[in-house]
Every structure is written in structure tokens, then in C-alpha cells.
Write a protein that binds this ligand. Structure first.
Ligand code: SAM
Length: 269
């Protein structure tokens, strides 16, 4: 495999020009900065990466826990978990280049991350973790077909954006300890309530930790007409909401229902 490794451009919202820089996430007033290398085709850490890391740190979700990062890309979230004091970090991605990038970035940072190639839970079958984190592909696409090798593998989530997300919601409990937790980031375009309900159905007490509004990036801009046609956005709407949803296992379903009611006020899609 030919693999040209270049410094990753970073994440601060609006940085789309590919200029080499360090990835920066804000955490409770502090900045987390890491240099991430990536080959072409590996997802550049973006606003969704940043929001997920910030929430993971804010709630100290990873500290002292066995963490599984699904769809690791450059390894940004996995590295942040390791830096936050996770007892172990395992990271999975379908793409060989992403696996290579995450291994390289962990090695350069001197952090122990076990990076495996494969489809979601397949590489960790039979293992148990305390926290599953994921920034999965979640952008609504023209077709239900998920590209396995093209770059769009990083963001295409089938026609409603939920093809990978729903598999994570329904499969996470099988790899989590009894009081395990899950943290997911995605666009409200593919349904915050649907994620909360899916986690509730899978035995989690779900809650929406944060909502962040950001302008459409290039992928959503290119799909805006299609999303308007489908009624997924209003005419001329070019701002999306990123949400981080958390789920805790083992709590009572009634608590989940309370949270659903409390957290889902307003215009969730
Ligand atoms: C939106 S990117 C997130 C990358 C990284 N976690 C971040 O936040 O910057 C989604 C990642 O999921 C990977 N992916 C897509 N489908 C997958 C699957 N079925 N199993 C494992 N990884 C998958 C893609 O290759 C891509 O690296």
C-alpha cells in the first residue's frame, strides 16, 4: 500500500484549508493539543471529534476505564482517552490507512493504544470494556450502500445517516461491563431522539450531554439540495447541530424515560 503521511490539519471549526496544524480540543477551559498524522483518505479530526473529546474529558468518562473507540480514524479520540488516564484503550477502524495512522499517532505520542482493523465490534468479540466512544459515519447519503474503500466511508451513513450508528447503539451492550457507558457524537440531522430511543431500547439510560451548532461543511453543502428535497432540512438551512449522547447501562428504564422527556425538549430531528 502506498501511503503518504502528512501532518493532519486541525480541527478548530472553520479550518478547511488543509494547512498542517495540531488538533486542538477545548476541555473545561483547557486546551488539549495533539499532532495527528494522516494519509490521504483518513478522516481529518473535525468539530465532531473535538466535541466528543471535550465531553469525554468534562465528565472524566475515560479515566481509569477500559475504553473502546469505534471508527478511530487518526486515533484522536483514542489518544485523548489514553491521555485522560484510561486503564486501556482499544481502537477499531475498517480502513487499513486509518489503522496505520492511529498506530503511528499513538506511537509518536508515546501512548498505549491497541489499534485493530475490522468492522465495528468484530475485532473485539468476546472482550469487555467500560466505555465505548464513537464518532461514526452519520451523514445522510444518496443510497443505503456504505462505501468500504472510498473516502466517503468516513461520513456516509446510508439514506437516513443511521446505518452504522444504529449498529453501534444495538451492539454496544454486548461489549460493555454491567455499568458500562457509551458516548456518541452525531448530527441532529440523523435523529437525536432516534439515538436516545435506540440506546434506551438497548438497556441504557440515555442523556443528551451537549448540542453545538456549526455551519455545514463541504459534504453537507454538497448534499443540501438532496436534504431539502427529502424534507430533512428547511429551505436555505445551512447550519447543523452536533449532539453528544451518553448512555449508562444498568439504570432503570424509567430513568431513561425521564431523561428522554427532559432532554428532548425543542426541535429534535
Ligand atoms: C467520522 S470518522 C471519525 C474518525 C475519528 N474517530 C474522529 O473522530 O476524528 C468515522 C470513522 O469510522 C470508520 N468506519 C466506518 N465504518 C466503519 C465500520 N463499519 N467499522 C469500523 N470503522 C468504520 C471510518 O473509516 C472513519 O475512520
Amino acid at each position: 500500500m502506498r501511503c503518504r503521511v502528512t501532518p493532519a490539519a486541525v480541527v478548530v471549526s472553520g479550518d478547511r484549508d488543509g494547512a498542517p496544524a495540531a488538533f486542538t480540543a477545548r476541555r473545561a477551559g483547557h486546551l488539549i493539543t495533539m499532532m495527528l498524522m494522516r494519509a490521504p483518505g483518513v478522516y481529518r479530526a473535525e468539530s465532531d471529534t473535538e466535541v466528543l473529546i471535550a465531553e469525554m474529558h468534562r465528565g472524566a468518562y475515560a479515566t481509569g476505564r477500559r475504553v473502546l473507540d469505534l471508527g478511530t480514524g487518526t486515533g484522536a479520540v483514542a489518544l485523548a482517552a489514553a491521555r485522560a488516564g484510561a486503564s486501556s484503550v482499544t481502537a477499531v477502524d475498517l480502513s487499513a490507512r486509518s489503522v496505520a495512522a492511529a498506530r503511528l499517532n499513538a506511537g509518536l505520542a508515546g501512548l498505549a493504544v491497541d489499534v485493530r482493523r475490522g468492522d465495528l465490534f468484530a475485532p473485539v468479540a468476546g472482550e469487555r470494556f467500560d466505555l465505548v466512544v464513537s464518532n461514526p459515519p452519520y451523514v445522510p447519503a444518496r443510497t443505503q450502500r456504505l462505501p468500504r474503500h472510498a473516502r466517503a466511508r468516513c461520513w456516509d451513513g446510508g439514506t437516513d445517516g443511521r446505518a452504522v450508528l444504529d449498529r453501534i447503539c444495538s451492539g454496544a451492550a454486548d461489549v460493555l461491563s454491567d455499568d458500562g457507558q457509551i458516548l456518541l457524537v452525531h448530527s441532529a440531522l440523523c435523529g437525536t431522539r432516534t439515538t436516545v430511543d435506540a440506546l434506551g431500547d438497548a438497556g441504557f439510560a440515555p442523556t443528551v450531554l451537549t448540542r453545538v451548532r456549526i455551519p455545514f461543511g463541504p459534504v453537507l453543502r454538497a448534499r443540501a439540495a438532496m436534504l431539502e428535497e427529502r424534507g430533512m432540512i428547511a429551505a436555505g438551512e445551512r447550519v447543523e447541530e452536533l449532539v453528544v449522547v451518553a448512555g449508562i447501562r444498568g439504570e432503570k428504564a424509567s430513568r431513561a424515560d425521564d431523561l428522554r422527556t427532559r432532554e428532548l425538549r425543542g426541535s429534535d430531528r
